[in-house]
Design a protein around this ligand. Structure first.
Ligand SMILES: C[S@@+](CC[C@H](N)C(=O)[O-])C[C@H]1O[C@@H](n2cnc3c(N)ncnc32)[C@H](O)[C@@H]1O
Length: 225
């Protein structure tokens, strides 16, 4: 199927993964956008691209825009705890895999002076992230790249953050272990990595409920630091 072609199958897949994200612990609200108080995205804001009008209940996506995981933000309190757990510092290079609106990369740059790279397959997310960085005055320290995380070069990272899905984490694990430098810290919102035991696990409350944060360090010999 040619790249970029609109696909019903894409819509079906996106609907299924979004339902999985919600059912497996991501507690996005279901209140209608117009009446809700909390600005967090909801199920109805799945931000799945709709290049043309679609019948109710059916998403149309181009294959290029078809995400592995739909867009749901990490609440700011959870972002703060993720950065604390990873002990993020000025000399770190933080990669957020599936960066959404860029909040993790931008918060790290703003609070700690960290350089950061956000990667997202959805061009809308890249636009939002770039705008967020501009508003926060950190555009000189961060960049946002429209790319598939499985194809991205992660070797520069010293910290990796992610909020994906359990099966995506598992598929990503060999790439993380082979590509990241020993000593690189990985923090994941809500989902683990199978039998790779985390070094730390913490729970954080937000208005959306309880969130679990997992922390690993890539094993192996470190270069002289
Ligand atoms: C649950 S959101 C997390 C957003 C942000 N990291 C946060 O924690 O607020 C997942 C993001 O991953 C992106 N995504 C899903 N699959 C991807 C892939 N294969 N490559 C790049 N980005 C992807 C989606 O577009 C979405 O913005």
């Amino acid at each position: 199927m040619p790249r970029g072609r609109t696909t019903w199958l894409g819509g079906l897949h996106a609907g299924v993964v979004f339902a999985t994200l919600l059912a497996s612990g991501c507690t996005a609200q279901r209140t209608p956008t117009a009446s809700r108080q909390n600005p967090e995205p909801t199920a109805s804001d799945a931000n799945l691209a709709r290049p043309q009008p679609s019948p109710p209940g059916i998403f149309f996506l181009t294959e290029k825009q078809l995400p592995e995981v739909p867009f749901v933000t990490t609440p700011e309190t959870v972002v703060a705890e993720m950065l604390r757990m990873a002990d993020v510092k000025k000399d770190d290079v933080l990669y957020d895999l599936g960066c959404g609106d860029g909040r993790i990369v931008v918060t790290a740059a703003r609070e700690f002076g960290t350089r950061g790279v956000g990667i997202d397959v959805n061009p809308e997310r890249i636009k939002e992230s770039t705008e967020r960085a501009r508003e926060a005055g950190v555009s000189d320290r961060v960049k946002f790249v429209e790319e598939d995380i499985f194809a991205a070069d992660l070797r520069e990272a010293s910290v990796v953050t992610m909020y994906l899905l359990p099966d995506v984490n598992l598929r990503l694990r060999p790439k993380l272990l082979s590509e990241l430098k020993p000593g690189t810290r990985i923090v994941s919102h809500n989902y683990g990595m199978g039998d790779w035991k985390p070094e730390k696990v913490r729970q954080v409350r937000s208005p959306r409920g309880t969130h679990t944060i997992f922390y690993w360090v890539v094993p192996g010999e470190r270069d002289n630091e």
